[in-house]
Design a protein around this ligand. Sequence first.
Ligand SMILES: Cc1cc2nc3c(=O)[nH]c(=O)nc-3n(C[C@H](O)[C@H](O)[C@H](O)COP(=O)(O)OP(=O)(O)OC[C@H]3O[C@@H](n4cnc5c(N)ncnc54)[C@H](O)[C@@H]3O)c2cc1C
Length: 333
Amino acid sequence: MNRFAIADCTSVDAALSQLKDGAVVKAGGVDLLDRMKDGIEQPEKLVNIRNISGLRGIHETDQGLTIGPLTTLAEISDHPLIRSHYQILSDACGHAATPHIRNMATVGGNLLQRVQCWYYRSSDFQCIRKGKDLCFAFEGLNQYHAIMEYATCPSVAPSSAAVALLGLNASVELSAAKRGKRTVGIRELYVVPDANPTKFTVIEPDDLLTAIVIPKPAAGTRSAYQKYGEKESFDWAIADAGVVLEMDGGICRRAVITMGAASPVVRRATQAEAALAGKPITEETARAAGQVAVQGAQPLSMNSYKLDLFPVAVYRTILYAAGQRDRDPGAAG
Ligand SMILES: Cc1cc2nc3c(=O)[nH]c(=O)nc-3n(C[C@H](O)[C@H](O)[C@H](O)COP(=O)(O)OP(=O)(O)OC[C@H]3O[C@@H](n4cnc5c(N)ncnc54)[C@H](O)[C@@H]3O)c2cc1C
């Protein structure tokens, strides 16, 4: 790990003024310090934002919720209002990583963590996401990689919180000393590798993510998230699904279905959403929606098991969101 300077900031303005000359934001440090310890990044200066109290907390507004980016995954998953009205987010933050990590990891850092592809994460491999012209996963070990939307790089979206926040139609507020504030939707936050393999998000080096804004759910909304992994805990998803159902009595007026570990950036399964709209939620409609969620998927040499896993994840999460099933005991986290 390289030597680095650290600027401890207690206000947003102080942090913004430090974000220049290659300085990098550190929140909980879980992902950033891993990248540094693994030798894939050597920033000369970190801007520690962890002590900016104004960037922490969950606030209810007339429009919905505003969450400070330094709020930890544990604080979000345990919050009574989130548990009662935004279950998808409570599920996602409460089943990411491990209890220790959830106490340290911030939701802003969770959204901005880099992909877990082992070729990207190893300093021995200079891949397309590090500015070279080769992806090792296409010919190499690709069992955890993408099955959809991956022409350039099949690494998968790692953030559980993003799967939930896309389902909730959330956006983030970005602040920069020179440009002021701007708002970006969760899907638009991420840059697909086909467009630019070395740029993971639209965040510029001098930007700070300063808020997450979630609109108030429509009346009759129910939601859930489930993550499936190789083991119970201490790992990222190999398949995860978020489901938001706007119900009119027994009929689903509108569904939003999101998938994490299927593609390089978090995606909506719009065909699965259409399969539920205007229908009652039953075993049959949930299974049909799960099946179409992987329509068009093209697995790599080692991950065709995801063609079976994602339909099950989506189907079981729909029934869980609808209150027709408990959380799947086979789900991870
Ligand atoms: C064993 C293990 C299992 C895990 N399992 C899961 C899982 O199942 N699901 C899941 O979602 N995650 C999982 N994680 C990832 C973990 O949740 C993230 O690493 C963590 O949330 C990152 O948050 P942080 O506050 O530590 O971010 P940091 O490491 O501090 O920052 C991460 C990145 O975001 C940038 N950044 C952070 N905050 C801001 C901000 N406000 N403005 C601008 N840039 C910012 C940093 O510069 C850095 O590039 C796992 C991690 C481990 C080690």
